[in-house]
Design a protein around this ligand. Sequence first.
Ligand code: FAD
Length: 346
Amino acid sequence: MSRRRRKITWPTEPRAQSGAAGTASSVSFSSRALDASARASSGESCGARSAITPALPSTNGAPTALASPHLLALSGIGDGAQLQRLGIPVAAHLPGVGRNLQDHWNAPFALRVTPDSSLNHRLRGWRKYLEGARYLATRGGFLAMGSSAVSAYVRSTPDRPQPDLQLAIRPMTSQFLPGGKVEIDPLPGISGACVLVHPDSRGELRTASPDPMADPEFHPNYLDDPGDVRRLISGIRLMRKVLGAAPIATRIEAELAPGTGLETDEALEGYIRGSGGTSWHPVGTCKMGRDPMAVVDPRLRVHGIAGLRVADASVMPRIIGGNTHAPTVMIAEKAADLVRGETGRA
Ligand SMILES: Cc1cc2nc3c(=O)[nH]c(=O)nc-3n(C[C@H](O)[C@H](O)[C@H](O)COP(=O)(O)OP(=O)(O)OC[C@H]3O[C@@H](n4cnc5c(N)ncnc54)[C@H](O)[C@@H]3O)c2cc1C
């Protein structure tokens, strides 16, 4: 289904701020909304994009780490030289917009286990309908479980200051089919992933055209830092060590992935690069801080633009060492408190 984009002037259409009314293609603001510092650094006639004065005390955007920097750039907030090359009038020179992209790369693994050690047979064929009914009747059963029943946060090497790997284990194995369907495997299996939770690689989301219908360029640069690959290789070896220890070792019949044939660093690196993937946790592209690459200040206000906040996963300066949903909700709650405090609303 094609999504129609329409231009939304956020300050005057509060409903659009939730993202519920449509897809915003830029943020409009008046010259009065620009801080003096932004005017000085932009070298452009500020306010050229719009003559609308915000009707609300502040405007808040939350389109996520892969959309917020694009929206800011289309609105003239970003790297001044890049924006000028695209013919976008510069409202605020903030070179950090779209930079500092971080995500959790993971290397999957799968094992064939004894039949009583896997939920596969309970979640496929006619039995899956039974599980569905059980969930509807009791809100319990296997469908009420989180996907990763067991998680360990571990250090790739003892000298790491904090755990930098997550070893997640699921009591089932599955395949993604074309069209997005997931099918549980017929064999008894368990699976999981070794997740790099504190990557050193940094990517970038770059606006490539002033046309809001054009997609931005995505340069995730996963595994760019050689240390990231080394840490994931350690993680796979650690995972094998854990699964090779009693009592779980007595339930394992074969390593299906990466596969026992893959032992050397080179072979494991090939597996990590070729079979690994994103954990869908992009953050950091409008990072919070006070350094020259920061986009928002500690109160989530866009530097140099009065009355504009970003409140989503893009503001995390450094990716959290775990899943990103809960901290993003925390950011949103904090943003709501800040806005309420500012407007005096209870
Ligand atoms: C497949 C998948 C699985 C995940 N699993 C987990 C998990 O198990 N645990 C976990 O903690 N996290 C998980 N995450 C990550 C988690 O969903 C995100 O970290 C979190 O949702 C980020 O919140 P956000 O507000 O930044 O972005 P989102 O939740 O993506 O919200 C952004 C909103 O803005 C809207 N929007 C985007 N562009 C525009 C625009 N131009 N104009 C108007 N509106 C716009 C979008 O439609 C969307 O409603 C998963 C993510 C994915 C994709």
